[in-house]
Design a binder for this molecule. Structure first.
Ligand SMILES: Nc1ncnc2c1ncn2[C@@H]1O[C@H](COP(=O)(O)OP(=O)(O)OP(=O)(O)O)[C@@H](O)[C@H]1O
Ligand SMILES: [Mg+2]
Length: 391
């Protein structure tokens, strides 16, 4: 048998669902012990703030029971409005020195009061410049009240957080562990969740440019809800069914080419900033007399347009930072990456290769113990929790 200390639990509390994975870390391999996911009512988290902690507690209780988890120490992920990631330049120094001085430095870079936040950082190894005696640092600031609301939930379940990490970094970690990355390749990870999309441009296997886009799967659902005057769950069902029906739901026309867009290059305003989702002015956009399928196409298309534009804007920004290297590939994860036809659509739109992540790839799985169909289906959704558990 293995000791409890060798088991690592990753817990991803999303805005749509809770995901949990238990991994056994052995010397030369990692083995899957359990995994699970449970949704909670969409009202439980409003605008990134937990308003109904009990339903999240219940969802976590469900995954714990399902996976028979006895471990109390968990590694949790954070993302959303109360978390800021910003790339800054600092004089060359050791990690210890940086830890001592980051507090002072952070003050000028984050929009919150320094007393309200917990700070962390990551040195970008690729951006050490001996000549200029400078290095690039990803500064992370998370609001204390956000962390507290998570901690309250965990303490109700007698769970002990042993590590808190950003969803974006966890995704990068699971991606690194599950794929063969060429050292000089630039890739873009897109974790398409419920309320938001974590965008992560990876250079030399480490996160280089991190951003959150305020468009996720729930925006499609809410747009359908509004157009067809149905409740959220019905709209969710309609969203999944229309794609299963085989209808070509994405059309190139839906993504408008963003040539007229004003874009300030190199101003640093994109990191940590978000563009708020704009709801379509539905009545004038969708003519009467259209079939349900056509209306679905238009509704989904208008949300997709915003997502595509934000990704494009991020790519432009990345190149505006003086980057010559082309982004080689987009790797999708998160629940919304399960949208049928999305891979082809994105590769068409962005003209690069697009794949769906398989964070289980290098993890040993006893096929007699798990429902493999479910595992494959959930795989892209488990990226954050796997990345956390691998820490
Ligand atoms: N088969 C599917 N087809 C299309 N969309 C799906 C499918 N399964 C799940 N989704 C969508 O995925 C979204 C949830 O994804 P995920 O679990 O990654 O989000 P989350 O981590 O809870 O949220 P966030 O990261 O935004 O906080 C929902 O909008 C849901 O509708
Ligand atoms: Mg998520």
């Amino acid at each position: 048998m293995f000791g409890k200390k060798d088991i690592s639990v990753g817990l991803d509390i999303g805005t749509d669902a809770v995901k949990m994975v238990q991994l056994l870390k052995k010397k030369n391999e990692v083995e899957l012990i359990s995994f699970g996911s449970a949704t909670f009512p969409p009202e439980a988290i409003a605008d990134g703030v937990i308003v109904d902690p009990n339903s999240i507690v219940e969802a976590i209780r469900k995954v714990i029971a399902e996976s028979n988890t006895k471990i109390k120490q968990v590694k949790v992920g954070l993302s959303g409005r109360s978390v800021i990631v910003k790339k800054i330049k600092m004089p060359l120094m050791s990690e210890e020195e940086l830890r001592d001085s980051i507090h002072w430095e952070a003050e000028q870079h984050i929009p919150f009061s320094i007393d309200e936040v917990v700070l962390d950082f990551q040195i970008i190894s690729d951006e050490k410049n001996e000549k200029l005696k400078q290095m690039g640092v990803l500064l992370v600031a998370a609001k204390k009240d956000k962390i507290k609301s998570y901690m309250d939930i965990l303490s109700q379940l007698s769970l002990e957080p042993v590590l808190v990490d950003l969803d974006s970094f966890a995704i990068a970690n699971s991606f690194e562990a599950s794929s063969e990355i060429k050292d000089d390749e630039v890739l873009c990870l897109l974790n398409l969740g419920g309320e938001l999309t974590n965008l992560n441009i990876m250079k030399k296997t480490s996160p280089y440019f991190v951003r959150e886009i305020s468009v996720g799967g729930n925006h499609f659902t809410r747009a359908i809800q509004k157009e067809f005057n149905v409740d959220f769950n019905k709209a969710e069902e309609m969203k999944i069914n229309i794609m299963k029906s085989g209808l070509q739901i994405f059309s190139k026309k839906a993504a408008y080419i963003d040539e007229g867009m004003q874009f300030i290059r190199g101003a640093g305003e994109l990191e940590g900033s978000r563009t708020d989702f704009k709801e379509a002015e539905k009545k004038e956009e969708i003519p009467v007399g259209k079939s349900e399928e056509e209306r679905m196409k238009m509704v989904i298309g208008s949300v997709m347009e915003q997502l595509v534009n934000e990704v494009r804007r991020s790519f432009d920004y990345f190149h505006g930072m003086g980057e010559e290297k082309e982004i080689k590939k987009i790797i999708l994860s998160g629940g919304t990456s399960r949208m049928i036809g999305l891979v082809d659509y994105f590769s068409d739109i962005f003209k690069i290769s697009v794949e769906v992540a398989n964070p289980f790839a290098n993890i040993k799985i006893d096929e007699t113990k798990f429902d493999i169909v479910k595992l494959r289906e959930l795989s892209p959704v488990m990226g954050v929790s796997i990345g956390l558990a691998l820490r």
